[in-house]
Design a protein around this ligand. Structure first.
Ligand code: DGJ
Length: 742
């Protein structure tokens, strides 16, 4: 049955999803306005919903046209609030009077309804084109509503692709210039979302390099709040997602939460607007400080997608909707489990030799690693970060016999082989730069600012994108490489390009196209998206990458916060987490092997240890923990996440439960971050288990801790939480497996 309904009498569109709805209608003059969205109050008949949706009649909105809830607020209908579309027509449809010529261009566009239809398999701009299977391939319905400017032949089509079972709508726009002249688009969103009037708080991620994804919750006050990234990656300081709820009306487990995320990896903006009337809207689209888009006669522009929805199950429910959507509809290779990875960076940094990599690989295999990835330093003159970037040929001085001996050994040990690359960048001290000094972003006669001694290649040049594809493709064709770690280590400056201001979009398009072509040519290749840690994580990238590097900060204590924030929008299976050294290289803090593993096992487990520092007992412990991870992996990577203890300080203890949708197995993970003597926390009450079933709880060595009913675990809570992690006990963290008894 279709999720999309249209009542011709009221000219009302209703999208009815599993637990939520979204509605808008066409006014008499053709304006398309929002009517409401939110969670459904139980089972509601479609007819009842259609007949009840007339909120737009409220005089507040009728009289104050500037505050009207346009599905696409355009500069013309609206001039003193934020807008989703602004266009400059160089001349009016009717020739102007001579004395009016100075008033041009016409910065006024008023989209009015023309027609609508339901299509299947419509795609936004930059939808992945690698052809790899996502888990769910059933065609989805897309409502396309065609509008046209009231005066001239300039088209705006609104797209709504519906994923009803996860309460998700993907929105995008297409502009079509059918006027005889070139028009300049000055502002453009992928979609605008309206909320019921009220006072809201927003939950989002903030931070910086080494502190990505730290959750922030703040009130939205009257005015505008902008989250954005003026850059060529998604960014460390913020991430294009949000969770919004009426103040005081949501918790981790209950209340309506409107969420959204952009499927785009550069120059994005999320603009939150709280009007004096207490109307609240979110405009999600391109960042505008250096934006430019020209449409020649006959030209179109389709935007990437703004993914949004509403959950009645609080912040946790909003996260789970996004996780399921990403797992089932976005990720490539989602039917496979992510392997246990070894990464050489913190063990050897640039000091790579055949001998040390072979030794690391042998120990990695002996403790159960499945994928060995050699990091930076294997190519060209790259013995440090001052040279060699751009020269993607194996360094003769490091690997005199090429990579074959190392790869052969890795494969003989039964592991997959992965390689670090940073394709968008170049050191001025490189053969590529010496050959093509004009291939970098720069303005003529102006400084070329280096960061980490590198410049950014100009992906506005098709020959540069082609060159990068060719060298990466050759690497995979010449070697049995199973995995790329695709890194990106600097911000953009001096964005001078042959593409002009379109470089912001061209760069993202170029990166995506190389990913897509590589994956088409090598369907078995896996790719990790890394950008100096978690600088390139978003739904657009997750359509191309199998997993992401969450942060360069591998300190388990900091990681608890970073991973919590990450989990607000993105699922544990893509969240690569490494166990690194006892004394952390980024923070200098000491953490036990138990804590490091327990925190890393919440995602796609990786190891970044220098094994030579470890005793035989510690290596045994690693072996045991990795074997345990493999046992719990299907739950961690396929299950639904419940953050049982979440917040700015978690009350000192962070607890995650991940449970399979059929409630047959669950993983309980506790990590004590700080503990104040004398506090006795109530046991965490588990979620989504089968109440009547008995669950056996086992630890990493397979020892049974106890058997309890689902009812007890969900009402009285996890017995002995304090024993597992609090009240002056020596255990600071633990991961346990719960299995339903037959
Ligand atoms: C930044 C990454 O996040 C690190 O893991 C490592 O790959 C370095 N770059 C290598 O230069």
């Amino acid at each position: 049955m279709s999720a999309i309904h249209f009542d011709p009498k009221q000219r009302l569109f209703l999208v009815k999803m599993r637990t939520s709805y979204y509605a808008f209608r066409i006014l008499e003059d053709g304006q398309v306005v929002h009517c409401g969205s939110g969670s459904l109050p139980g089972v509601v008949e479609t007819d009842a919903l259609l007949s009840g949706l007339n909120v737009y009649e409220d005089p507040n909105y009728i009289w104050e046209s500037q505050s009207r809830r346009y599905e696409i607020p355009a500069f013309g209908d609206v001039s003193y609030h934020d807008i989703g579309l602004k266009v400059a027509f160089p001349q009016p449809a009717v020739p102007p009077a001579v004395h009016e010529a100075a008033n041009l261009p016409v910065r006024d566009v008023r989209p009015r309804y023309v027609s609508h239809e339901i299509r299947t398999d419509e795609k936004p701009w930059l939808a992945p084109a690698h052809g790899l299977p996502v888990r769910k391939t059933a065609p989805r319905e897309t409502l396309c509503v065609r509008l046209k400017d009231a005066t001239c032949d300039f088209g705006v089509t609104l797209f709504y692709r519906i994923t009803p079972e996860h309460d998700i709508i993907e929105r995008w726009l297409e502009l079509e210039n059918n006027t005889p002249v070139e028009v300049a688009v000055e502002s453009l969103v992928f979609g605008t979302v309206h909320l019921p009037n009220g006072r809201y708080e927003v939950t989002r991620a903030a931070g910086c390099w080494g502190r990505e994804f730290v959750p922030v919750r703040q009130n939205l006050e009257q005015g505008r709040m902008i989250l954005d990234q003026q850059g060529l990656n998604t960014g460390h300081a913020g991430n294009p997602f949000y969770l919004l709820n009426a103040r005081g009306n949501a918790t981790e487990t209950a209340g309506d939460v409107w969420f959204g995320a952009l499927a785009y990896s550069g120059n994005w903006s999320l603009r939150f607007e709280a009007l004096p009337t207490e109307a609240v809207r979110v405009h999600g689209g391109y960042e505008l400080s250096d934006f430019s888009l020209s449409l020649a006669p006959g030209a179109t522009h389709r935007t990437p997608a703004f993914v949004h929805g509403c959950s009645g199950e609080g912040w946790g429910g909003a996260s789970r909707s996004m996780h399921r959507f990403i797992r089932e509809y976005v990720l490539p290779h989602s039917a496979e489990l992510r392997p246990v990875l070894y990464n050489s960076w913190e063990a050897t940094y640039f000091d790579i030799t055949l001998e040390n990599q072979t030794a690391l690989a042998r120990t990695a295999a002996s403790v159960g690693v499945e994928l060995f990835c050699m990091d930076d330093g294997w190519f060209g003159g790259r013995r440090h970060d001052c040279a060699g970037l751009g020269d993607w040929t194996v360094s003769e001085s490091v690997f005199s016999g090429g990579l074959k001996p190392l790869i052969d050994e890795v494969k003989r040990l039964g592991m997959k082989f992965g390689l670090w690359v940073e394709p968008e960048m170049i050191n001025p001290d490189s053969d590529l730069y010496r050959a093509h000094p004009d291939w970098v972003l720069h303005f003529p006669g102006r400084p070329r600012t280096e960061s980490r001694n590198q410049l950014v290649l100009d992906f506005g040049r098709p020959e540069v994108v082609e060159h990068i594809f060719t060298v990466l493709n050759r690497l995979v064709a010449d070697h049995p490489i199973d995995f790329f770690k695709w890194d990106m280590n600097r911000y953009a400056s001096e964005p001078g390009s042959v593409a002009g201001k379109a470089i912001w979009r061209k760069h993202v398009e170029g990166v995506y196209s190389i990913y897509d072509r590589l994956r088409k040519a090598h369907p078995g290749l896996d790719i990790q998206s890394c950008s100096g840690g978690g600088g390139r994580v978003d739904i657009g990238m997750l359509g191309r990458a199998d997993q992401v590097w969450t942060s360069d900060n591998t300190d388990a204590y900091d990681r608890v916060f970073i991973q919590d924030g990450f989990s607000l929008a993105y699922p544990p299976r893509v969240m690569e987490s490494w166990v690194t050294h006892e004394k952390n290289h980024q923070t200098g803090r000491i953490a036990s092997l138990d804590l490091r593993f327990d925190v890393a096992m919440r995602g796609a487990l990786g190891i970044g240890l220098a094994f030579s520092d470890l005793s035989a007992e510690e290596l045994d412990a690693c072996r045991c923990k990795i074997a345990f991870y493999k046992k719990i992996r299907p739950v961690v990577q396929e299950g639904d996440l419940y953050r049982l203890s979440f917040g700015p300080d978690h009350g000192g203890v962070s607890i995650w439960e991940i449970v399979l949708p059929d409630a047959s197995r669950a993983v309980y993970s506790i990590a004590v971050i700080h503990h104040l003597q004398g506090i006795h926390r109530a046991p965490a009450r588990l979620k989504a288990l089968a109440p009547a079933a008995i669950y056996a709880i086992t630890d990493e060595r397979g020892a049974e801790i106890g058997r309890y009913s689902g009812f007890q675990l969900m009402t009285l809570g996890m017995p002995g939480d304090t024993v597992f992690g609090g009240a002056g006990q020596s255990i600071r963290s633990r991961t346990l497996l719960l299995e339903r008894m037959k």
